[in-house]
Design a protein around this ligand. Sequence first.
Ligand SMILES: [Zn+2]
Length: 265
Amino acid sequence: MTPTTPAPMHLDRESCYRAVKSRDRRFDGVFYTAVSTTGIYCRPSCPARTPAFHNVTFHPTAAAAQGAGYRACKRCLPDATPGSPDWDVAADAAGRAMRLIADGVVDRDGVDGLARRIGYTPRHLSRLLTQELGAGPLALARAKRAQTARVLLETTDLGAADVAFAAGFSSVRQFNDTIREVYAATPTRLRGGRARGGGGTLQLRLAVRTPFAGSALLGFLAVRAVPGVEAVTGTSYARTLRLPPPRRGRGSAGPATQRSPRYPD
Ligand SMILES: [Zn+2]
């Protein structure tokens, strides 16, 4: 890691660039490529033309690339890649923090609340996350909110205000500003003219890392399904969940049913 390039600790620039040149999908979510000439960032497997070596920087998270002023590529949707596998299994503070951030802890309890749950001071936690992931807790939470909002806009009929609050934004204005900044598009454009509708069922498309053992996963869930809460068929998994009430304004509280995932996708 050089002082000017926030490359992931475990991957040097040359290795990252080799992965980008070969469009190696195994590195999706492990690091992100930002291109200085276009101002966008991509996943390693992006089908676009490989940028020149001296024009790219590598970032450990989508939030880090966003923090450095880059926008998500519209072709490869880099923020939709599942998080680095390291975050899911690492029994360390950064891994725990990432899971709690994905859970909305920063949106609900702030950085102080997150730090309390990890057992660090807010300052220490921010320093640790910046060192490990290239972005602080607020930037990581913002990237997560933006991504959740985009998935909801593209795959559900929820109204814009419901999407904003469900994704963890504290106001519709903050939601609009963030979406514009991260995707260079309005929520309406991301939605692509989809009609709004009601209903208590959300159908979500979830990003997976290929190769994806969908049948095995459904089999695993089927034998462990909690009666009355979860239902598994040969091709779908559904569960009832209670969503946190919206903090203000409109939105629906109470049990909702989430069906997911339809696969393969
Ligand atoms: Zn791309």
